[in-house]
Design a protein around this ligand. Structure first.
Ligand SMILES: *[C@@H]1O[C@H](CO)[C@@H](O)[C@H](O)[C@H]1NC(C)=O
Length: 293
């Protein structure tokens, strides 16, 4: 029995290794893993596949490439519906053909969206997923609007992106989705780089975008002086929410990192990690340009 199980496990990993390229960022999950990602307040994409299906085999490298482009903002997963332990989940998710790709905008808190095109390319997955990330980012036209907006709900902390650009970067949308109920998000276009000073925040590099936060019950903003990336910003916002953020350091004159890469295609802007650049070309390599948040 034990030996048989080992053989079965070995075969299962050979099968999934055959479907997705070596080193893929697509995580294979089972029902338990699926329930876990449904608890997260983040956008996830799940491909329901069968190893023998030709469309799945053709989709796999493209889906894998989309995972690189979206990492670490949106995670891509795969469920092998051929495995007995996943059959209940695949039935529950209404999987009738392979592959079935579904996007869960915010764990199980919002209805899922099924990918309904036959164009299963990295680019198509990439833009579909980035457009579907829900957000609650408020656009503040004038610098005076910032204080008014903060004063409306003083019980919650507020975060404002003083941006060089009008569009809401995907990173900012992802963060607003993740912390939707705990922290309020806004964007203000700050072309000249003087809005922070107008709001009484010193420091930072005026040629770059900045993030300022107002802790709960406070009308005094603080400058975030870390990198404008998913992980450090998440860590910082979690600390702001639970009241442990060390906002004194916000006065340090450390310039914000210019390490980000923005994928700028049509009207979509996506901030990705520097690591992604080294991991291989994301979709539409020609359209990438270096920029700030
Ligand atoms: C997700 O959001 C809900 C409220 O919408 C909250 O109660 C829960 O703690 C959040 N879960 C995580 C993992 O942050």
């Amino acid at each position: 029995m034990f030996v048989l199980q080992l053989i079965a496990l070995g075969l299962a990993s050979v099968v999934s290794a055959a479907l997705f390229p070596k080193g893929t960022l697509v995580k294979s999950i089972d029902e338990k893993g699926f329930r876990k990602i449904m608890q997260q307040n983040q956008t996830s994409v799940v491909a329901f596949v069968a190893p023998w299906c030709g469309y799945c085999q053709r989709m796999a490298p493209e889906y894998s490439q989309a995972a690189v482009g979206l990492h670490p903002l949106v995670s891509l997963y795969a469920v092998d519906c051929d495995a007995d332990k996943n059959k209940g989940l695949c039935a529950e998710q209404g999987v009738k053909g392979f592959p079935t790709v579904k996007l869960f905008p915010r764990g199980d808190q919002l209805p899922s969206v099924t990918y309904d095109s036959n164009e299963r390319t990295a680019n198509a997955f990439f833009y579909w997923a980035s457009q579907k990330v829900p957000h609650t980012v408020r656009k503040l036209g004038q610098v005076e609007d910032v204080e008014e907006w903060v004063a409306k709900k003083p019980s919650k902390p507020h975060a404002v992106l003083l941006s060089k650009d009008k569009k809401i970067p995907l990173l900012w949308r992802v963060l607003s989705n993740k912390y939707r109920d705990e922290l309020l998000f806004a964007i203000h276009t700050d072309k000249k780089g003087n809005s922070a000073a107008t709001l009484g925040v010193k420091g930072g590099d005026d040629s770059k975008s900045k993030v300022i936060v107002y802790p709960a019950e406070s009308t005094k903003p603080a400058l975030y002086d870390g990198m404008l990336k998913m992980d450090p910003l998440s860590e910082f916002f979690s600390a702001v929410i639970d009241g442990t953020a060390d906002l004194q350091v916000a006065d340090a004159e450390t310039p914000i990192s210019d390490e980000q890469v923005v994928l700028n295609v049509a009207d979509k802007e996506v901030l990705v990690d520097e690591a992604v650049k080294d991991a291989g070309p994301p979709p539409e390599e020609s359209s990438r340009e270096k920029d700030e948040l």
